[in-house]
Design a protein around this ligand. Structure first.
Ligand code: NAP
Length: 242
């Protein structure tokens, strides 16, 4: 499905990003995994058998370097998966201004930076952007205003890119996962009360595994999705259906 294509997965060292990188490789893509923490990123790349470039997505010059290094290595770029993100739970009054800015910088600016730096190359390949937002980009999450604001921004930024670059045949789509068992959610889901809240809000009655998110990410990057752009697709066990 992705033979002869080249993809970057930000935040690809673990969790959802790692599963997406694995799925892309399975479907024949060349993959560059990227994250902030070099040791864990390199370890994952070695395990999966793909390339690695260190990059903090909240620093534009590092994102540019990631894109340029990929194009230098493989000669093209077909897909960027803007997946890197951080969780954050605190009410507006509880959080520091620095925390607000940090969450917005990684979760929203990072997606803008990845998309902006990739676009010149995606125009050449008529490639696509796959963003990872959240159900909390579609509905409010209790106690997570910075995270929800950033993810809501990603949802509408995706639509904007889709509209602006349709004439160049560059597609942009977004996945909005519900709760997924990853290092990001481990601590929360270990708390019985929180786990029961999540189960109660999820019609399918359970959290997802990263592998339940990666298939749609591969599909969206493929020719099978050639008429899909500007879509924000919940993969949430029914969370946003009620
Ligand atoms: P995770 O297990 O915590 O992994 C996050 C990844 O992002 C890691 O590779 C991490 O690498 C990287 N990262 C964090 N900050 C970065 C930065 N500034 N620059 C570059 N890389 C950075 O998280 P996850 O659960 O897989 O989440 C992946 C995406 O899905 C996120 O955007 C998250 O918001 C979204 N999501 C997750 C859930 C869920 O329930 N898990 C639900 C909805 C949406 P480092 O080690 O370098 O930090």
């Amino acid at each position: 499905m992705l033979d002869d294509t080249v993809a970057i997965v930000t935040g690809g060292s673990t969790g959802i990003g790692k599963a997406i990188a694995e799925k892309y490789l399975e479907h024949g893509a060349d993959v560059v995994v990227s994250n902030r923490t070099e040791e864990s990123g390199r370890e994952t790349a070695e395990e999966l058998g793909c390339e690695y470039v260190q990059c903090d997505v909240s620093e534009y010059d590092q994102v540019e370097t990631l894109i340029e290094a990929t194009v230098e290595e493989f000669g093209r770029l077909d897909t960027i998966v803007n997946n890197a993100g951080i969780g954050h739970a605190a009410s507006l009054e509880e959080m520091s201004i620095e925390d607000w800015q940090r969450v917005l910088r990684v979760n929203l600016d990072g997606v803008m930076y990845g998309s902006r730096a990739a676009l010149p190359h995606l125009k050449e390949t008529e490639g696509s952007i796959v963003n990872v937002a959240s159900i909390y980009g579609l509905v409010a999450g209790p106690g997570a205003p910075a995270y929800s604001a950033a993810k809501g921004g990603v949802v509408n930024l995706t639509r904007e890119i889709a509209v602006d670059y349709a004439s160049a045949n560059v597609r942009a789509n977004c996945i909005c996962p519900g709760f997924v068992e990853t290092p990001m959610t481990d601590d929360y889901l270990e708390q019985d009360q929180f786990y029961e809240f999540v189960r109660g809000e999820t019609p399918l009655g359970r959290v997802a595994q990263p592998e339940e998110i990666s298939g749609i990410a591969a599909f969206l990057a493929s020719e099978e999705a050639s008429y899909i752009t500007g879509a924000n697709i919940p993969v949430d066990g029914g969370w946003t259906a009620h």
